[in-house]
Design a protein around this ligand. Structure first.
Ligand code: M6R
Length: 613
């Protein structure tokens, strides 16, 4: 979960950056580094491991000067090592970069730059940014123009900070897509940048949050924000309250809203250290999965409660489709009462945000008692579900505070997709081409999620139209069927409106009787293999006078012409589409609840972790 801090001002940048990075340690990381401009030269210290190792290195070999940029890295492209740690310096030694996100087109860029004789000194996608910036600068343009061109050329969701010795008084930064945030902190005669507020809150409370496709040119006395296409931006300056909770909420009204938006970063972090895009392979070391074990597995039970169980239903599709292992999803509270058929070749896979849900833990215990292989996908580090498992996948999303689970739904979808690929690979049921394609698709996820975040204002308009509904049917098919359940759960738990998720094909067997002009129907209709079936579902609902709200793929005119309201999502590979289709439903529930004036973060009767049966 990369952390970023930048400083421009009269003081030495390094202590400010190190302090800031310490405050971002909770995000997790596996290497760290700092770069400053000192007497017109770029000077870098970086190392693998914890910040203390970097601090020790700085003790032996101090770094003075400013401006400076620092970084804590979660490995995505290339192993955690000093060589791959940020900052990365270009071949001319005149520019340096730190970065959070994934440069989706880095292989193409690397090839082009390599053909021009650029030497790469790491395995990272990040390094292409600095070489590209230097390449652009070589055309004789300003640092700002070179940076802008670079930001336009890199694809994906990325946050980038650049320094150049040609213009040593400034840091140029951009947020492209939504790879987590970047905040500009405004001081007196000094300015700051950070990926999260706590990193710089001790220095200033006046902050600006960069939006997607915005860049800032920051000197000690000035800031200028523009879009990367050159349009002027008049930013809002926020004054952050100095208490920890408000600081954590940042620019958002509620934790739920913050956590919805954080999913872009959480999804990036979910991939970090696990996906080798170059080799097209997945690594899940904490799962302790050997080829022998993978080949032995004959059945998987996924067990979980609430939102986590719906994530498991998507996982069933993924594991059965990719790894060809039969999967059954049993909700946690039923597992131990259903006398499940578990033996030493059966996996019991628990999914839990808190890792402390009593019913899920009881299901794990049952699996253990019956001699099964017990795995978990867990968010809370060190929780019981993590401790008692034979192997686990950590969600890497950071703490989830809002009672309505959001990022702890999408992260396990990615985790299960990765698990399915790994199982398929180890069992030898997947050819190399398919494996590489499936792995490669993962790089699209953060950016696609970020594009949905950009549509929040449109979702809010639909929320206003629906604020007084008495109930709602959510319909989906195939891999998006569990998204109907999850969308309905989100609405009911925070807005107290009755909502029912249903497999669309089951409508005609009863629930269709409910549809009239009083009962809106929400149809999850992305361009997936069940698209046509869902279209006929919309037609049936319309024929009965129902109001239809559709989640649809951008450009789908068929849906546009039929539905009363459309929540648009970008086109995604179908196996990854649930990660994207659920996002507008989280936002819709959130906005309906806030319009109704409800306590979104702590809805009535609900607890964040249910530690009783
Ligand atoms: O901590 P867990 O993931 O085990 O919690 C499971 C459910 O209690 C939880 O997902 C619940 O359904 C949420 N309120 C849903 O938003």
């Amino acid at each position: 979960m990369c952390g970023i801090v930048g400083y421009v001002g009269p003081k030495d940048a390094t202590p400010i950056i190190i302090n800031g990075l310490k405050r971002l340690e909770y995000r997790g990381y596996d290497s760290a580094g700092v770069a400053v401009i000192n007497n017109g030269q770029i000077d870098v210290r970086r190392d693998a491991g914890k910040l203390q190792q970097l601090v020790d290195l700085l003790g032996k070999s101090p770094l003075t000067g400013a401006p400076g940029i620092g970084h804590t890295r979660w490995a995505t492209h290339g192993a955690p090592s000093a060589r791959n740690a940020h900052p990365h310096v270009g071949n001319t030694g005149k520019m340096v970069v730190v970065h959070n996100g994934i440069v989706e087109n880095f292989l193409e860029l690397k090839e082009e730059l390599g053909a021009e004789g650029v030497i790469f000194n790491s395995d990272t996608d990040t390094e292409t940014i600095v070489h590209l910036a230097e390449h652009n600068k070589a055309a004789g343009i300003s640092f700002e123009e070179a940076a802008r061109r670079t930001f336009k050329q890199i694809e994906g969701a990325n946050v980038v900070l650049l320094l150049s010795t040609d213009e040593p008084d400034k840091i140029i930064a951009a947020r492209i897509g939504n790879a987590g945030g970047i905040v500009v902190g405004l001081g007196e005669g000094e300015n700051y940048l950070a990926s999260d507020i706590p990193a710089i809150l001790e220095h200033t409370r006046r902050m600006i949050f960069l939006e997607s496709r915005q860049m800032v040119v920051l000197t000690k006395d000035s800031f200028r924000i523009e879009t990367i296409d050159g349009e002027e931006v008049k930013p809002e300056i926020h004054t952050i309250a100095f208490d920890a909770v408000s600081a954590e909420k940042g620019e958002y009204r509620h934790f739920m809203q913050k956590e919805i938006h954080e999913q872009v970063r959480a999804l990036t972090d979910t991939l970090a250290g696990r996906v080798d895009f170059k080799e097209g392979r997945i690594r899940l070391p904490e799962l302790n999965l050997t080829p022998e074990l993978a080949k032995r597995i004959q059945r998987i039970y996924i067990t979980a409660c609430g939102t986590a169980a719906y994530a498991g239903m998507v996982g069933k599709y993924l594991i059965e489709k990719i790894a060809r292992i039969p999967v059954e999803v049993v909700i946690g509270s039923e597992f131990r009462y259903s006398d499940p058929i578990v033996d030493e070749n059966t996996v019991v896979l628990a999914i839990s945000q808190s890792g402390e849900t009593a019913d899920t833990l009881a299901a794990m215990e049952e699996g253990r008692k019956k001699g099964g292989i017990v795995w978990s996908i867990v968010n809370a580090i060190g929780s019981q579900a993590m401790r008692v498992a034979d192997g686990y996948i950590s969600m890497q999303t950071g703490p989830e505070i809002g009672v309505a689970s959001t990022k702890a739904f999408t992260a396990p979808l990615v985790d299960q997709y990765m698990l399915a690929i790994l199982l398929a690979d180890l069992r030898g049921v997947i050819d190399e081409k398919t494996r590489r394609e499936l792995v490669s698709d993962l790089r699209l996820v953060p950016d696609l999620a970020g594009r949905v975040m950009d549509s929040e204002a449109d979702v809010e308009k639909v929320a206003h139209a629906l604020k007084d509904i008495k109930g709602c049917l959510y319909l989906g098919r195939g891999i998006n069927m569990p998204i109907a359940y999850e969308g309905a759960l989100k609405l009911k738990e925070i807005s107290y409106i009755h909502a029912e998720g249903y497999p669309a094909g089951e409508m005609k067997h009863g629930p269709i009787a409910l549809i009239d002009e009083e009962m809106p129907v929400l149809c999850i209709t992305p361009k997936d293999p069940w698209h046509e079936k869902m279209i006929s579902q919309i037609q049936q609902a319309k024929a009965r006078g129902g109001m239809v709200i559709a989640v649809a793929t951008e450009g789908d005119d068929l849906v546009k012409n039929m539905a009363d309201h459309v929540l648009w999502v970008p086109e995604a590979p179908w196996m990854l589409s649930p990660i994207i289709t659920v996002l507008p439903l989280q936002m819709l529930a959130y906005h309906i609840a806030t319009i109704r004036g409800l306590d979104v973060d702590q809805p009535r009767n609900l607890a964040k972790s249910v530690t009783v049966e």
